[in-house]
Design a protein around this ligand. Structure first.
Ligand SMILES: [Zn+2]
Length: 299
């Protein structure tokens, strides 16, 4: 059990009732996981990674953990491209019940260094959404400066099943800037990637996963086939301009990684929302994740 987990449990132990409520919620999450298994509901999801193999960012997944997660996908799921997911949402293709797509946001150099070789070894497709203004520079991620990809690395990865999507030029929150600036940001990244790679850019990821109605309409008008924002597994009737993904960051344990590929996460969020309405001091989901990981690491 990790030190931070001990601290979390200690904090929650201050109030026995809070601890009981917390354990109840945790138990409900686990029950939802098994319920999602019994219903045989389709489990189609898109994973969203950021950096791989860096220790200073909490968004970065270690190389060992990343490989373990990819091994799980290879054994248990079918890894598909974003094109296949959009075809499925448009009703033009069927997908196996456990289909998963792999994406990375921002365009960190460690995607090339640490993730790409393993994806290539397994012949897996993936999409990297890049903010073009930062290419070949360093970008601040959660207090650490990380090197970004360059066009040579991008050209090499394109030859091996890695697709590139737009993620604006300078990564602004599109809900916080005017619509003309948003249009410039989105178009700049799209046209630059198309010019440098010679390939059409069909997919867009909203920076910080944030969007509003105007931004979604704009992305549709700019000719993208699919756009990605929001959290959760994929629903068959999802809007192709607001496709949810499942974020994978360092704090996620192996067991939780597997659980988050099921509908349990979506169901839990609905349950959490209902409880938030009823009770004001509802503990956040991260507490459940921490305790779940501590129990998992004991097994
Ligand atoms: Zn981003």
């Amino acid at each position: 059990m990790g030190k931070s987990t001990l601290m979390v449990i200690k904090t929650t132990a201050v109030k026995p009732i809070a601890k009981l409520a917390f354990l109840t919620r945790y138990a409900i999450y686990v029950l939802l996981y098994f319920a999602s298994k019994v219903t045989l509901q389709s489990e189609i999801s898109i994973l969203m990674y950021h950096s791989i193999g860096t220790t200073c960012s909490r968004y970065s997944v270690s190389i060992a953990e990343f490989r373990r997660q990819i091994d799980y996908l290879v054994r248990n799921c079918r890894v598909v491209s974003l094109g296949e997911i959009v075809d499925f949402l448009e009703g033009r293709r069927r997908l196996p019940r456990r289909s998963v797509a792999i994406t990375f946001d921002d365009g960190y150099f460690d995607n090339y260094q640490c993730a790409y070789p393993y994806l290539k070894k397994h012949h897996l497709p993936a999409t990297i959404f890049i903010s073009t203004a930062y290419l070949q520079k360093k970008k601040l991620s959660n207090n650490c400066k990380l090197s970004m990809l360059d066009w040579d690395e991008i050209a090499e990865m394109i030859q091996n099943n890695i697709d590139f999507g737009a993620h604006t030029a300078r990564h602004p929150d599109l809900c916080e800037i005017d619509i003309d600036s948003a249009k410039r940001e989105i178009l700049k990244s799209k046209t630059e990637i198309e010019k440098m790679t010679g390939k059409k850019v069909n997919y867009f990821a909203y920076p910080y996963g944030r969007y509003n109605r105007d931004v979604v309409n704009l992305v549709g008008l700019l000719g993208f086939r699919g756009a990605f924002g929001g959290e959760g597994v994929i629903h068959k009737d999802a809007n192709t301009l607001v496709i949810h993904r499942v974020e994978v960051k360092r704090s996620i344990g192996y067991a939780m990684f597997k659980m988050r590929l099921t509908a349990a996460l979506d169901w839990y969020k609905k349950f959490e929302q209902a409880l938030k309405v009823a009770f004001e001091d509802f503990p956040p989901m991260s507490l459940v994740v921490d305790v779940y990981n501590s129990l998992d690491s004991q097994n």
